[in-house]
Design a protein around this ligand. Structure first.
Ligand code: FAD
Length: 399
């Protein structure tokens, strides 16, 4: 009997990979360490290169029903609140890219994906199944679970995030390192906010040494807040922690009242250490292959980490479908299509740190000049068009 494919991790990357493979007729087992699927209470932005894939997985309509379709994104200056257009995501963008830019609660996205997986192949997702090791036997691989059992698969696919156990057991990479940035995260019920902060528009507030990203979620019922601050050190052991409203407000002292209106109305202020690893050129070893943050963690400053995981999923599935009797070639094909693009995105996110947190944003007159050049129409197109226009669903498989 043919063995299934085993996916470690039921995050965005793992669930999309499972769905894309099930769609192509493969049997899948997803092992998820958590005992229930519960994503952090925060949002994720999905640009058209990601929603195109989600449409091909048959989940776009369900997602649209719980998301917010962005009309635009704006750049705002940290102290004056002055506003510049970032993307117009209205009709023109829909015509150009063919798919919407969605803003969605992570829990809603994970629920839509998990439901679609279970609908297509009931019993695929195994909860409370922590993968602690992986063994490659030459013609198949085994995921070893914390309780000692093992799950055999033609491939073991590591979709287990930035602290990937599969990656450390196969590629021997060291620990993820602190980037020097922490992120405050929280959601605000929109009925606590003035109308101007409830529009279907995302805002990137930029300032010296920090920035804030806000956008509506869940049919507009919530507004997402992410506030990134450059910090010398990370003082707690755990990589997420509850902080206080006062500390969050202090980190944005002197920032515009709209930013403080959001901070004041968040119920729980979470602090995350932003971690990363240097880009790598190979994402596989024998019958083990990685997708998502396991192979290309990045700073969230392009809003593309999850979208890259979604692109990985469909391209890995397409490569496996097209080389189903020669999985080594399938994996080579997948890597040849993905590594350069994802690593380019990792570097672009690093560069955005310098652009978003630039010291030239300190002085208002200079800041206005700086923003007008950094976010000119030409610069925005140069930074984002190559991402949004990509078609992972039907691009040729051989480069
Ligand atoms: C502040 C912030 C904002 C962001 N905003 C955006 C955005 O707007 N747009 C965007 O595209 N990206 C964004 N990202 C990036 C995005 O969140 C990640 O890139 C994405 O979640 C990666 O998905 P993944 O499935 O690879 O990993 P994860 O989401 O980390 O999922 C990994 C899964 O594997 C499970 N797991 C881990 N270890 C094991 C194990 N040993 N055994 C079994 N299961 C295991 C975990 O429980 C989890 O369910 C943001 C990130 C941050 C920090």
């Amino acid at each position: 009997m043919t063995k299934p494919m085993v996916v470690s991790g039921a995050g965005i990357g793992g669930l999309c990979t499972a769905l894309a493979l099930i769609q192509r007729g493969f049997e899948i087992i997803v092992c998820e360490q958590a005992s229930e699927l519960r994503e952090v209470g925060a949002g994720v932005q999905l640009s058209p290169n990601g929603t195109r894939v989600l449409a091909s997985l048959g989940v776009l309509d369900e997602l649209r029903a719980v998301a917010v379709e962005a009309e635009a994104k704006e750049i705002r200056l940290w102290n004056s609140g002055e506003t510049w257009p970032l993307f117009d995501l209205g009709a023109a963008a829909m015509t150009e890219y063919g798919f919407p830019y969605l803003m969605v609660h992570r829990g809603d996205l994970q629920a839509v994906l998990a439901t679609a997986v279970e609908r297509a192949a009931p019993g695929t997702i195994r909860l409370g199944a922590e993968v602690v090791d992986v063994r490659d036997h030459g013609d198949f691989a085994s995921a070893i679970l914390a309780d000692g059992r093992s799950v055999d698969g033609r491939l073991v696919i590591g979709a287990d995030g930035i602290h990937s156990r599969i990656r450390s057991r196969t590629l021997g990479a060291g620990d993820a390192a602190f980037t020097g940035c922490i992120a405050w995260r929280g959601v605000v019920p929109s009925d606590r906010l003035p109308a101007r902060l409830r529009r279907a528009v995302g805002a990137n507030w930029v300032g010296p040494g920090r920035h804030v990203v806000t956008y509506p979620l869940r049919r507009g019922e919530l507004v997402n807040f992410v506030g990134v601050v450059e910090r010398g050190g990370w003082e707690t052991e755990s990589w997420t922690a509850r902080g206080s409203r006062e500390d969050c407000a202090k980190d944005f002292a002197g920032w515009h009242e709209d930013v403080h209106a959001l901070i004041d109305n968040i119920d729980v202020h979470y602090r995350w250490a932003l971690m990363t690893r240097p880009p790598i050129e190979h994402w596989s070893s024998g019958n083990v292959v990685l997708v998502g943050d396991a192979c290309h963690p990045m700073l969230p400053f392009m809003a593309q980490g999850a979208v890259m995981a979604i692109e990985d999923a469909v391209l890995l599935a397409r490569a496996i479908e097209s080389h189903r009797d020669d999985l080594a070639t399938a994996i080579r094909t997948y890597e040849s299509l993905r590594v350069e693009r994802a690593n380019r995105c990792v570097r672009a996110a690093d560069r955005n740190r310098e652009i978003f947190h630039n010291d030239r944003l300190t002085d208002r007159a200079d800041a206005t000049r700086y923003v007008s050049t950094q976010w000119s129409e030409a610069k925005i197109r140069e930074r984002y068009h190559w991402l949004f226009s990509y078609d992972a669903v039907s691009c040729p498989l051989e480069c």
